[in-house]
Design a protein around this ligand. Structure first.
Ligand SMILES: Cc1ncc(COP(=O)(O)O)c(C=O)c1O
Length: 383
């Protein structure tokens, strides 16, 4: 048959998250691959959602989000980032951070412009850049510490640079940016026209007394940034696909021009439920770092003395583990062996690089109940 469609993303296959979760289901393996909790959304939040559905909050919300939720977000952002955005002009609620990333890129990148990404990069960034007609310049973060080499960023910057995409805490490496990183970024962009897309979906998952360093706390960065967040990560509800973007009014206007024709709105009763829960339960977000740090430690300590190595994750709900003492095979092969022969699904991180460096690391999601982590560790200790 005649080829009716010419692909815009001919080299893009199914995401590794879908592939590994499907392998886990098919083989009955413990799934520490895709990033989602295997425990419940807080009860009062579930109850609030049911109540708002019953109360008839089931039609389109305002395009920018339910006002009560945006107001709660402004207060929460003020508390956590030291800067209170205008809920009317600077906060837009969207169906998931992935949509926000797409809209921010579509709104800002013109054909032929360049976007700086750091590998290993969350897998939606590069296709979104290409769909906007832009060109991704990918700078590798190198093991073992995966820090940004700001000299390389300086060399990559040009008048064609439209956007720099940062992600902290970082998926998949579990690293976090430090104040010095934001200083470096601030100095580099100061006299350029580059905007910043800051993916901070794991903002509350920062461990061992560290602070989250995001763009909103830096006026010189906030004035040129789209900061993107996800309720899915912060409220154990990845399937609710709800997030938000914070950006100065001029950037938000452009962001909303795209958002209104991509999805128009996020789900109404979920927004009402979140507004209520955030207002009534500030302790939830305040305790999230400690909650996940305990899970990281539980998993990490269950593997102590085994052949799996690595430093504890600084943030996110992902732990990288080095298997070089177990096998000398590429990570894609190791992930396949692990799920097939040992019943644990993990994510190979080479797939998030344009040109992967030699690495023997897999990513494990520890957003799981202790019994799940315990069963997985038991299997991993046998290798
Ligand atoms: C770094 C990063 N950004 C964005 C997202 C997407 O979040 P959402 O599910 O709200 O679209 C994820 C989800 O895994 C992520 O890890």
């Amino acid at each position: 048959m005649r080829n009716l469609i010419r692909s815009k993303l001919p080299d893009v296959g199914t995401t590794i998250f879908t592939v590994m979760s499907a392998r886990a289901a098919e083989l009955g393996a413990i799934n520490l691959s895709q990033g989602f909790p295997d425990f419940a959304v807080p009860e009062p939040l579930r109850a609030a959602l049911a109540r708002h559905v019953e109360a008839g909050h089931n039609q389109y919300a305002p395009m920018t989000g339910v006002p009560g939720l945006r107001e709660q977000l402004a207060i929460t952002i003020g508390r956590h980032h030291g800067r209170t955005p205008d809920p009317v002009t600077e906060i837009t609620v969207v169906p998931g951070a992935t949509e926000a990333i797409f809209c921010a890129i579509m709104a800002s990148v013109h054909p032929g412009e360049e976007v700086i990404l750091f590998d290993p990069a969350y897998d939606s960034y590069e296709p979104s850049v290409r769909m906007a007609g832009g060109r991704a310049l990918r700078i590798p973060l190198m093991p073992p510490d995966f820090r940004i080499d700001w000299q390389r960023v300086k060399e990559a910057l040009s008048p064609r640079t439209r956007l720099i995409v940062i992600n902290t805490p970082h998926n998949p490496t579990g690293t976090v940016l430090e104040a010095a990183d934001l200083d470096a970024l601030e100095a580099l962009v100061e006299h350029t026209g580059a905007l910043i897309l800051s993916d901070e979906v794991y903002e509350h998952l920062v461990f061992d007394g560290r602070q989250h360093h995001g763009v909103l706390s830096r006026p010189a960065l906030a004035e040129r940034a789209f900061a993107v967040f996800s309720f899915g990560k912060s409220f154990h509800a990845t399937g609710w696909k709800t997030g938000y973007c914070v950006a100065p009014a001029a950037l938000s206007t452009e962001f909303r021009r795209v958002h209104q024709f991509v999805t128009f709105v996020a789900v109404t009763p979920i927004q009402h439920a979140l507004a209520e829960f955030i207002h009534d339960h500030p302790e939830h977000l305040a305790g999230l770092g400690a909650f996940y740090q305990a899970k990281r430690d539980f998993f990490y300590e269950a593997l102590e003395g085994s052949n799996w190595r690595g430093a504890r994750a600084s943030g996110s709900y992902f732990q990288l583990l080095d298997y070089s003492a177990i096998a000398d095979v590429p990570d894609t092969e190791m992930a396949e062996r692990l799920v097939r022969e040992h019943g644990v699904a993990a994510i190979p991180i080479s797939v998030f690089y344009e040109n992967p460096p030699p690495l023997r690391l897999l990513r494990f999601c520890f957003a799981k109940q202790e019994q799940t982590l315990d069963r997985a560790a038991e299997r991993l200790r046998l290798l």
